[in-house]
Design a protein around this ligand. Structure first.
Ligand SMILES: Cc1cc2nc3c(=O)[nH]c(=O)nc-3n(C[C@H](O)[C@H](O)[C@H](O)COP(=O)(O)OP(=O)(O)OC[C@H]3O[C@@H](n4cnc5c(N)ncnc54)[C@H](O)[C@@H]3O)c2cc1C
Length: 406
């Protein structure tokens, strides 16, 4: 039996290997880019956060988030790590549960997958974009620019629209829509949020561990603690990524308030006396928070507190020191909108899961058609959850397609 797989990304490679484990299976893996796993190389800032020890159904979103449960139970994190171990990948988990290759290089993950694909019953066709698919009942014609292939079963693992420079496209959605499936609205998730706050430019590249509260029209929308990163366009970092899925969707006055001193509950205790001691020096206000906050961030806080950067600290009144501390505890940054699909790590929305069997990933509309990974209306939280979904759903689809012989 020939199984065609569209997409040589995370879920497509997982599907190909699972299908090829079974007898009398020939896999054709179509990848439109010059090599497989291109997006994987960019994941986790080049380190590939391939899963999370805590991954479970609660970490996923979509119209039917419960759709993930069966695949995640069947191919859970332990089995996924065992699978990678068998492929020769040594992994290591960080304290927060994020798992990376021990080499700290995403290409280790791609390499072990690439080597595993070198099997007589898997044919990897790179530089081969699938333009059209026709259901022949039974089987499918898979049409590329050069050739038409026949396969008995077809798995669409073409990914989402996010990260378009790395291969994200509408292709998978369109192919599945042509076969009768519906797609929910697509939007970027795990993405930076834009701000027109002028200080962003001077803070570009600065990271801070803080408590973050997001509000809309002064009503709290989300709160979290973690690392935030300033970019020239706005704010980024894991905490921002987490809320980017839903933030700024409704019109309103969206504000991100940062507590830059999250471990200092009472600043009058140690911090104010420390600032007061700086009055014995010739330092200017621009150095008020030197030794306490990132220097550039400290200067921004002083400015936002309405204190001139050139004012000698010896001349600052107690109320001004308190105001500076209050500002550091509640720095307000206006938010405008999340950045686009180019910058996003994952697509929220996708092909409706209600039209697929959650045990096999098979279409309920077209027999022999399967879908897995990001093309489906499932997106995960930040921290290895999206790749876990790609491995679990990919293996589920590959295994089911290979098992159910015609
Ligand atoms: C910058 C960045 C960093 C990320 N970091 C992480 C991370 O650390 N941890 C994590 O869990 N997730 C991360 N993600 C998300 C994760 O990479 C994706 O969710 C995951 O790769 C989705 O797997 P997939 O197989 O569905 O799609 P993809 O991996 O995108 O693979 C789809 C493949 O299909 C190919 N294709 C598409 N259409 C066709 C066609 N018509 N014919 C032939 N081939 C086609 C594409 O070229 C692509 O190679 C990151 C994403 C980005 C963009």
């Amino acid at each position: 039996m020939i199984i065609g797989i569209i997409g040589g990304g995370a879920s497509g490679m997982a599907a190909a290997l699972a299908a090829a484990e079974q007898e009398n299976i020939q896999v054709l893996l179509f990848e439109r880019q010059a090599r497989v796993g291109r997006k994987l190389l960019a994941t986790g800032n080049g380190r590939c956060n391939l899963t999370n020890l805590g991954a479970c159904g609660n970490d996923y979103f979509g119209e039917q988030p419960g759709f993930v449960n069966t695949a995640l139970e069947r191919y859970d994190v332990t089995k996924t790590l065992q699978w990678f171990e068998n492929l020769g990948l040594y992994t290591v988990a960080e304290e927060n549960g994020r798992v990376y290759p021990y080499s700290d290089q995403a290409n280790s993950v791609v390499d072990v997958l690439r080597f595993a694909l070198e099997k007589p019953n898997i044919q990897v066709l790179t530089g081969c974009e699938v333009m059209k698919v026709k259901f022949c009942d039974p089987g499918f014609s898979v049409i590329t620019a050069e050739e038409t292939f026949f396969c008995h079963k077809l798995i669409v693992a073409a990914g989402g629209l996010a990260g378009s420079k790395l291969g994200g496209s509408l292709s998978g959605y369109k192919l599945l829509q042509k076969l009768g499936h519906r797609c929910t609205p697509l939007r970027p998730s795990l993405v930076q949020i834009r701000s027109d706050w002028p200080q962003c430019v001077s803070l570009k590249g600065v990271r801070a561990n803080c408590r973050v509260a997001i509000s809309c029209n002064d009503t709290l929308f989300a709160a979290s603690r973690g690392e935030i990163q300033f970019t020239e366009h706005g704010v980024s970092g894991p905490v921002i990524f987490e809320i980017s899925r839903d933030v700024c969707r409704a019109k309103g006055n969206w504000v991100c308030t940062l507590d830059l001193l999250p471990d200092i509950a009472d600043y009058t205790d140690r911090l104010i006396p420390m600032l007061q001691r700086k009055r014995d020096t010739d330092l200017a206000a621009e150095d008020l928070f030197t030794g306490i906050l990132h220097n550039r961030l400290g200067r921004v806080v002083v400015k936002e507190a309405g204190i001139s950067l050139h004012a000698p600290i010896r001349q600052l009144e107690d109320w001004e020191l308190e105001k500076a501390c209050r500002t550091a505890k509640a720095l307000r940054i206006p938010l405008t909108e999340p950045m686009g699909m180019d910058a996003a790590q994952v697509t929220a929305g996708g092909i409706e899961t209600a039209e697929f069997d959650e045990k096999t990933m098979e279409s309920k509309l077209v027999p022999g058609l399967y879908a897995c990974g990001e093309v489906l209306d499932i997106d995960g939280a930040c921290g290895g959850f999206n790749l876990q979904w790609a491995w679990s759903s990919g293996r589920c689809a590959g295994h089911a397609a290979g098992k159910e012989q015609l």
